[in-house]
Write a protein that binds this ligand. Structure first.
Ligand code: HEC
Length: 427
């Protein structure tokens, strides 16, 4: 090929290009070339040609295997990361649940399978189609331009072991090729443009920034937050409590409340109901009417919120607690029994306060249980306690006489002691 200056440059021949008139000719030629023992050849056609892949002896693409590999890698990465962070690096017991359990980790694993598989399909597709080479040497052969309109081409690679410029060309002509010519490595300036190099250097340097940043955060100590994500929220011009302000006549930035104003959430009417205290003293009487409905509600709420630790009957042996013992969790505190002397003698206000504020190892339930339900639970706790220390006086009048009659009869017969019974009259 002649360059623009007229000098002939010896450029490496890459192969032979043969042009065919129609799909049928191309397919037959492809089959014959394969028959003749060539392995490195390629067909180009402006339209899909049925049976061409089979004639060329093409194998299935490797892409599905790449995608499968990507998916499996994503799954393994997700499971390993979750297992390592939750069960190894920072084990944290929450309600006696296992540190690692497969079902809890499936959503993340699922997402990572999709992500890695999609990336493998994207990257694999690019790699299999020959990137990072950005052009085809055929693009510089003028004849080849018709490959996208009305001509069919077959190329045989010069790297093929059977390749020989004359015999291979003869073979192609004998197969009905209209034109056969060699194609070469196109002339390119060897140098990569400096802009590309500069961008690459910056990008490579930038990839080191996140790991370095993480290392710094890990190994330096400071009271400051490690990262100020939202600068204008961390550093805003605002008044803090007890600061001076030139804006107001008295020079203080904190303004006194307007005369007669009441703070939101202030206890204004029923202190006993809302806090379990009056004038700093715990209440001993329920600030709500105690009805059968209230106790039933309390039972239901107790079973939901308290029984998991304190046990259905209040003995402090709920399933969460049992599990912690089974695992020999050193940090687990034994939930107090509702039948202990301590809780039995507590004023109702104190039990209410325990639910509201939590106590030592027991968290506060104020955000989950509304005030009314808290009192219902206290009423049910009292009922639970009665089941172990009830007297005949707890039993309604008419049942009591009935029971007394029976007890009397029994006494006469067997000389038995007083019968035990459910204090709140339930069966
Ligand atoms: C997560 C487990 C857990 C749950 C749920 C729980 N508790 Fe507790 N509770 C404890 C533990 C542990 C203690 C003992 C705290 C200590 O003494 O360190 C305790 C102590 C108590 C005490 C005794 C407080 C005292 O004065 O010593 C009462 C009363 C009590 N709980 C009531 C309740 C009620 C009512 C509920 C339901 C709203 C409830 N708890 C839910 C774990 C729990």
């Amino acid at each position: 090929m002649e360059s623009e200056t007229g000098k002939t440059e010896a450029r490496p021949v890459l192969g032979l290009l043969a042009e065919f008139d129609g799909p049928e000719g191309l397919r037959r030629a492809a089959a014959a070339v394969r028959e003749a023992g060539y392995a490195r050849f390629e067909a180009y056609s402006p339209v899909p040609v049925h049976g061409l892949d089979a004639a060329m002896g093409r194998k299935r693409t490797k892409l599905p295997m790449l995608v499968l590999g990507g998916g499996l890698a994503g799954c393994a990465a997700a499971i390993l990361l979750q297992w390592w962070t939750n069960a190894v690096d920072y084990p944290f017991l929450i309600s006696g649940k296992p540190y690692f359990s497969l079902p809890a980790n499936i959503p993340v694993a699922f997402e990572m399978i999709i992500l890695f598989a999609a990336l493998a399909a994207f990257g694999g597709g690019l790699a299999l189609s020959g990137l990072p080479r950005l052009f085809s040497p055929l693009a510089s052969v003028p004849r080849f331009r018709r490959a996208t309109t009305d001509r069919f081409f077959l190329t045989i690679d010069a790297a093929d072991p059977k390749y020989d410029e004359t015999t291979t060309a003869d073979l192609l002509r004998s197969l009905g090729a209209g034109a056969v010519e060699t194609f070469e490595q196109p002339a390119t300036t060897e140098k990569v443009p400096p802009v590309v190099i500069a961008v690459a250097v910056v990008l490579i340097a930038a990839t080191f920034t996140p790991p370095l940043w993480l290392l710094k955060a890990r190994y330096t100590r400071s009271a400051e937050p490690r990262v100020h994500l939202v600068l204008d929220m961390d550093f805003q011009p605002k008044y803090l409590p007890q600061q001076a302000s030139p804006l107001f006549a008295d020079g203080r930035d904190m303004r006194p409340p307007v005369e007669g104003a009441i703070a939101a959430g202030a206890v204004i009417d029923n202190e006993a109901l809302l806090t379990g205290e009056t004038d700093g003293k715990l209440v001993t009487k329920f600030p709500v009417p105690v009805t059968r409905e209230l106790i039933e509600r309390g039972r239901q709420r107790y079973d939901i919120y308290c029984a998991t630790c304190h046990g259905l009957a209040g003995d402090g042996d709920g399933p969460t607690s049992a599990l912690a013992f089974e695992r020999e969790e050193k940090d687990w505190g034994i939930p107090t029994s509702m039948h202990s002397e301590l809780v039995r003698t507590q004023p109702v206000g104190e039990i209410f306060r325990t639910i509201t504020q939590g106590i030592r190892k027991m968290p506060s339930y104020a955000s989950q249980i509304p005030v009314g339900d808290r009192w219902a639970i206290v009423a049910y706790v009292r009922a639970l306690q009665r089941t172990r220390m009830g007297t005949l006086d707890d039993v309604p009048e008419e049942i009591r006489t009935e029971l007394k009659k029976k007890a009397g009869l029994k006494k006469e017969k067997k000389e038995e002691k007083e019968p035990r019974m459910n204090a709140d009259g339930r069966k």
